[in-house]
Design a protein around this ligand. Structure first.
Ligand SMILES: [Zn+2]
Length: 210
């Protein structure tokens, strides 16, 4: 499976582009910005985007979704509990002192237990609320990878002081949905360097006592 990680935008959100070599189908996760660069990767591999998946509705993760959908025709997947946040994209842009990008319809809800498949590889949706109410993570067993959005970082966890955040809930999500994954599972956070579940279990100061 092709997997490229592109840090995009002001806040360097990690956008993941997964592509199946034989079917040429692709999934793009968190196209926050710099859609031309994302499309260049897609085109370089000759891929067709089948799904645009949003881990949560913060502007740095969802900002480019409308533009990418227009360019590819692919449906947008997001957990519906973040719809309210997405409706306030203008306000989020104002926090960052930027202009609000175009908004799009969310085509398909992404819920706990859902699976997206490209070329026979399953992407499992885990609902991991806490950073926002609609935060999801994607577990790809065949690739041994977790796309963690802003729930779990190397040595840190997502902030919970923004609207919809809940400091107790994010720890429950991590304990019940993420830490049971294999220790050698590679974690790709929404920002910054990759890590593993095992490393974070041992070293992440926010997870002590979980
Ligand atoms: Zn966020």
């Amino acid at each position: 499976m092709i997997h490229e990680i592109l840090p995009v935008g002001l806040l360097q959100c990690n956008c993941s582009i997964f592509g199946d070599e034989s079917s040429k189908e692709a999934i793009v996760i968190d196209p926050g910005d710099e859609i031309d660069d994302i499309l260049a990767v897609v085109n370089r591999h000759g891929l067709t985007v089948k799904a645009i998946v949003i881990t949560h509705a913060h502007i740095d993760h969802i900002g480019g979704a409308a533009k990418l959908k227009t360019a590819t025709g692919a449906p947008v997947y997001m957990n519906e509990r973040d719809q309210g946040l997405y409706d306030r994209l203008e306000m989020q842009a104002a926090w960052l002192g930027t202009e609000a990008p175009d908004r799009t319809e969310i085509d398909t809800p992404a819920r706990e237990g859902d699976r997206l498949t490209i070329g026979g590889t399953d992407f499992h949706v885990l609902h991991t609320p806490g950073h926002t109410q609609g935060s999801i993570s994607l577990w790809i067993p065949a690739e041994n990878k977790l796309i963690a959005g802003d729930t779990l970082f190397r040595d840190s966890i997502g902030r919970t002081d923004l609207p919809g955040g809940d400091g107790r809930q994010i720890l429950i999500s991590i304990r019940e949905k993420l830490l049971p994954l294999p220790g050698h599972a590679v974690v790709i956070p929404g920002h910054g360097a990759a890590t593993t579940i095992g490393r974070e279990k041992q070293q992440n100061p926010f997870l002590r006592g979980l």
